[in-house]
Design a protein around this ligand. Sequence first.
Ligand code: ADP
Ligand code: MG
Length: 236
Amino acid sequence: MAPGQVPGAATFVARGIRKAFRRGQQVVPVLDVPLFELARASTVGLSGPSGSGKSTLLNVFAGILQADAGEVLVGGASQTALAPAERDRFRARHIGYVFQTFNLLPPLSAVENVMVPMAFCTVISRGERRERAMNLLAQVGLATRADRLPAELSYGEQQRVGIARAFANQPRLVLADEPTASLEPGLKHRIAELLVQCCASVGASLLVASHDEAVLGHMQRVERMERINRRAGGME
Ligand code: ADP
Ligand code: MG
């Protein structure tokens, strides 16, 4: 696959993924996932106890972590085979990430935070970035909060900025790691709905790691780590 290129019907496939971490002298296997597939424009929840490897699998999907074995295919092309710099470009261009604790940059306003990923690739031209970021903020109901710093926003608002940022570069895949775990119960449905709506509006696939039934209920399918990962031990 040429750098930055993705075939039209992107289906994400993780095949034969193994990942172990070193803990002192010990090597601890965390992932052994024979096959995990995500159809184009599908919404999938990833549930499972703490320590069952959800975040690790998301990070392998994103190309943030290299698996010890196996590959991630996007539209049939191997993302794993890319050189590190190409993999970074690929991620910036095609993958949006929503974090549990938002990870907004404190000195930047909401609209500037949404613009950050646009600076990492050339898909949105310099002149269009602010307007696009404003439109994304409007989509998550934050048009009037664009100039606020993260510290001046509620947690729910911060996570909505995080969602807008994940869509900055029109991604093919959005990964969300426990996106509602820092939020009060009343907001969980709203955030899950927004993720699903934003993905539908651009035809992106969504993979959400969560224990939260309020969130999982919004997904077309829920996969349990205990089923897809032979190493899912974890603690309830
Ligand atoms: P989950 O997201 O389902 O709670 P994680 O993917 O975060 O699970 O972690 C799975 C296991 O891998 C845990 O036992 C965790 O301690 C271990 N682990 C995760 N990241 C690292 C790391 N960077 N170094 C060592 N162990 C790790
Ligand atoms: Mg996790």
